[in-house]
Design a protein around this ligand. Structure first.
Ligand code: IPM
Ligand code: MN
Length: 345
């Protein structure tokens, strides 16, 4: 019989609560003969306070023994900014070579958005996940003096750009509209920007059916708000993708619905699925967190592992649940229960 070995990192704040609902829905949607084996990892702020560790090597090794990772949220105000982000979340993305950070945006019915009633919005951002300004290259000079200098170097390799651009073309080619937009800033960032554009054009020759487009990132933010229906697949660098996908979430129903996958398409390492939102310490423990983004992330997880029908069932359940939502507030657990009932039914 089949099985899924799933590593679970609930993390900080609302991470614990939303992950519990994600697992509930996963359990409900999988066929009887698929065994879901979960192993939970105690990583995040609590662990760091207790032991000073963020992601010990032994745990990194053990995580490799899984088919996929489900992550809740990382970050806590009691930990200096950057420690958990770099030491845990980014360490995982880099160590497992998650070069495709996949972030779909869909305008679901009945959601609070400045764009309600607009034409259909259904696009996906392919954010590069292992390079750009996220590599930590750079440094500080003359720290603490009035002449302090800090650099943050964006690393872009032809190898790294080509593989993510190719993945984006593949995804665009598989969608009905077959459109791919490169977002960068090659009028200013001439070194990296021109390399991205050159590789984008070169790889494009292998995908004659895909229509291509280029936008500077500042112009892209305008179109995200005024004309989001123009986008199908977007490929962009790590930092631009980070910013654009928060904006995408905000205009398509809120950060409570935005799902993501940190994917290693080669299968060399487990891919990791997480909501785009953070740990929201202000509402942790109140039952106010919307688990929908995590549940939609489990759909991405299932599709990555080849369970397409089950992934689609989850997405349909979310669409139906959103369509039926009224003003009555529901707790995290109630939303999870409703979704679990829908996918099972
Ligand atoms: C995200 C987050 C992370 C990022 C942070 C927490 C390191 O904002 O997943 O979008 O910048 O990638
Ligand atoms: Mn972000």
């Amino acid at each position: 019989s089949r099985s899924i070995r799933l590593a679970v990192i609930p993390g900080d704040g609302i991470g614990q609560e939303v992950v519990a609902q994600g697992l509930k829905v996963l359990g409900a949607v999988l066929p009887q003969d698929v065994k879901l084996e979960t192993k939970e990892y105690d990583l995040g702020a609590r662990r760091w306070h207790a032991t000073g560790e963020t992601l010990p090597d032994a745990e990194l090794e053990s995580l490799k023994e899984h088919d996929a990772i489900l992550l809740g949220a990382i970050g806590d105000p009691s930990v200096p900014s950057g420690i958990l982000e770099r030491g845990l979340l980014l360490k995982l993305r880099f160590a497992f070579d998650h070069y495709v950070n996949l972030r779909p945006s869909k305008l679901f019915p009945n959601t609070a958005t400045p764009l309600a009633g607009r034409p259909e919005i259904d696009f996906v951002v392919v954010r590069e996940g292992t390079e750009g300004p996220y590599t930590g290259n750079g440094g500080s000079l003359r720290t603490g003096t009035p002449h302090e200098v800090a650099t943050e170097v964006s690393l872009n390799t032809a190898y790294g750009v080509e593989r993510v651009v190719r993945d984006a073309y593949e995804r665009a080619d598989a969608r009905p509209r077959k459109k791919l937009t490169l977002v960068h800033k090659n009028n200013v960032l001439v070194h990296a920007g021109h390399m991205w554009k050159k590789i984008f054009d070169q790889v494009g020759e292998e995908y004659p059916e895909v229509t291509t487009d280029y936008l500077h990132v500042d112009a892209a933010t305008i179109f995200f708000v005024t004309q989001p229906e123009r986008f199908d697949v977007i490929v962009t660098d790590n930092l631009f993708g980070d910013i654009l996908t928060d904006l995408a979430a905000a205009v398509t129903g809120g950060i409570g619905l935005a799902a993501s996958g940190n994917i290693n398409p080669t299968g060399a390492f487990p891919s990791m699925f997480e909501p785009v939102h953070g740990s929201a310490p202000d509402i942790a423990g109140t039952g106010k967190a919307d688990p929908t983004a995590t549940v939609l992330s489990t759909a991405l997880l299932l599709r990555h592992l080849g369970y397409d029908a089950e992934a689609a069932r989850i997405e349909e359940a979310v669409a139906a649940d959103l369509a039926a939502r009224d003003q009555t507030p529901r707790t995290t657990g109630e939303i999870g229960d409703a979704l679990a009932t829908r996918v099972a039914g």
